[in-house]
Design a protein around this ligand. Structure first.
Ligand code: 5GP
Length: 194
């Protein structure tokens, strides 16, 4: 998605060989017009699926997921991150190791909001090792719902999450595919090295 790649080129900050900061439009301040275009693109890419619900994870997945949900006319559920679980009976939960924070969180979704009648599109902001997406997929499976696929705003293709999921038959659609963050530069898949 060219508009998104251009925004990353202009405003993305390469923090290390592995971490890209996009606080000015996705992770802290949000660019609503860009989010709307991202939502449209997810909807177009999954137009062959009868999606009934979008599942994401707080907090940075919520903006793109909400835009897709608005366009599709379906509800958006965000998994909550919690350090300890107390009342677990009415929750689906999974463990997710955070790539950026190096901590493991339990994530959970109320059983009220995903059921075996749903076809779910999972959306997240970044794909690195795939832990967040796999945790969300685990929750979708616990609910007995059908997984339409995973929509990612920015995939870092040099990390293993995308390949691992695609190899296991999961449909992953990423709107910007980053090939490398070496030398402080963002390089996208299909671009020549400078
Ligand atoms: P994974 O679970 O695939 O290893 O990592 C994905 C999660 O970690 C995303 O939900 C995102 O919040 C965070 N994340 C991973 N890599 C980056 C990155 O380069 N930049 C930012 N801002 N977040 C990232």
């Amino acid at each position: 998605m060219e508009l998104l790649k251009e925004k990353i080129r202009q405003e993305g900050k390469v923090l290390s060989e592995e971490v890209l900061k996009v606080d000015s439009f996705l992770n802290h301040q949000i660019d609503p017009a860009l989010m709307r275009e991202i939502g449209k693109e997810f909807v177009a890419r999954f137009s062959d699926e009868q999606i009934t619900k979008i599942v994401t994870i707080e907090s940075s997945g919520i903006a793109p997921a909400t835009m897709a949900g608005l366009i599709l006319g379906v509800p958006v559920v965000f998994a909550r991150k919690r350090k300890s679980l107390t009342l677990t009976e009415h929750l689906y939960s999974a463990k997710v190791h955070s790539f950026t924070k190096s901590e493991t969180n339990d994530i959970s979704v109320s059983k009220d909001f995903v059921s075996n009648e749903d076809t779910v599109l999972v959306i997240d902001d970044f794909l690195a090792n795939g832990q967040a997406a796999l945790g969300l997929i685990d929750i979708v499976e616990q609910a007995g719902a059908k997984l339409a696929g995973v929509g990612i705003v920015i995939e870092k293709c040099f990390q293993p999450g995308g390949e691992m999921m695609r190899k296991s038959g999961i449909r992953v659609e990423s709107l910007a595919e980053v090939r490398s963050l070496s030398n402080g530069q963002v390089q996208f898949v299909g671009e020549e090295a400078l």
